[in-house]
Design a protein. Structure first.
Length: 265
C-alpha cells in the first residue's frame, strides 16, 4: 500500500488520552478498596485491559493474565503477596522472558513463595512486615509495587533504597494515588516508612489524568507553527512528561532526559 503524505500545518482539537501509568495505579488501588468501578476507562489500551482483568485475583479469581503488560505484573504481584493470595500469573509475547529479579527475591525474603522465577508462576505464602531493601536503579515499578503492598501488612514497614531512585516521578504518582485512596506513607532520608493495618478506601469519584507523553506530539506541533488545542491535561500532574511545556516555553537546547525518556521522540 502506498501512502502519500503532504506537508501541512495542523489545526484543531485533540482530547488528551488517559494516562496509562496513572490508570494502572488507580485501578489497583480501586480494586484493593473493593470499588473497581470508581475508575472509568475511555478506550483502554491492551495493557489497561490486562490490569482490569488481572485485579480479579483480589475477588477470588485464581489466575492473573498480564498479557504483555510488565506494569500489570510488577505492580500486582506485591499486593497479592501481601494479602496472602494464592494465584497463578501468566503472560504473553516477550513478558515471560522479562526479568523479575530482584523483586521476587525480595518478596521471598519476607514470606512469599513462587513456583518459578519466570512466567507462568504460582504465588503462595504471605508477606510479613519489616525492612524491605530495594535498588532504585532497576525499575521504579518494583518500588511502586511494594508501596502498594506494604500498607496492607499487620505491622509497620520500612522501604529502603540501596541505590539512587530513577524515574522518581512514577513513584511520586503511586504515592499520590494511594493518598487519594486513604493510604498514608511517610518519607524518610533513604526511602519511606509505611504504617501497617491500613485499608484502601475509594473516593466518591476518581478521574484518570490526561497523558502528557502522548500530548507532547501535539504541543510540539503547535510550537512549530500549527494550532492544536489539547484539553484534558492537568497542570498540577506529577507526570514528569509535563516538563514538555516548560521545555518548549524556555526553548531549551540541552535537556537531561533520564526521567523523561518518553519525550525523546
Amino acid at each position: 500500500m502506498d501512502v502519500l503524505i503532504e506537508p501541512k500545518k495542523l489545526n484543531g482539537r485533540v482530547q488528551a488520552i488517559q494516562s496509562k501509568s496513572h490508570a494502572h495505579r488507580a485501578m489497583i488501588c480501586a480494586a484493593l478498596a473493593g470499588r473497581r468501578n470508581v475508575v472509568q476507562l475511555v478506550r483502554p489500551s491492551e495493557d489497561l485491559l490486562a490490569t482490569e482483568q488481572a485485579v480479579g485475583i483480589f475477588e477470588g479469581a485464581g489466575t492473573a493474565d498480564c498479557r504483555e503488560s510488565g506494569t500489570t505484573l510488577r505492580l500486582l504481584v506485591p499486593p497479592a503477596a501481601a494479602l496472602g493470595i494464592e494465584a497463578t500469573f501468566t503472560g504473553e509475547g516477550r513478558l515471560p522472558r522479562r526479568p523479575m529479579e530482584p523483586l521476587l527475591g525480595i518478596l521471598e525474603q519476607h514470606g512469599a513463595r513462587f513456583s518459578s522465577d519466570t512466567l507462568p508462576f504460582t504465588l503462595s505464602g504471605a508477606l510479613k512486615s519489616g525492612r524491605y531493601a530495594v535498588p532504585g536503579d532497576i525499575s521504579s515499578q518494583y518500588v511502586s509495587g511494594l508501596l502498594l503492598a506494604l500498607p496492607l501488612l499487620a505491622g509497620d514497614s520500612e522501604l529502603v533504597l540501596t541505590t539512587a531512585l530513577e524515574s522518581a516521578g512514577y513513584v511520586d504518582m503511586t504515592i499520590e494515588c494511594q493518598r487519594q485512596f486513604g493510604i498514608e506513607i511517610g518519607q524518610t532520608a533513604c526511602g519511606w516508612r509505611i504504617p501497617g493495618n491500613q485499608a484502601y478506601s475509594a473516593p466518591g469519584s476518581f478521574k484518570v489524568e490526561g497523558d502528557w507523553s502522548n500530548a507532547a506530539f501535539w504541543l510540539v506541533a503547535t510550537a512549530l507553527g500549527s494550532r492544536v488545542d489539547v484539553p484534558g491535561l492537568s497542570d498540577t500532574s506529577l507526570q514528569r512528561d509535563r516538563l514538555i511545556r516548560a521545555i518548549i516555553e524556555r526553548g531549551e537546547k540541552d535537556i537531561d532526559v533520564r526521567d523523561i525518556p518518553d519525550l525523546v521522540p
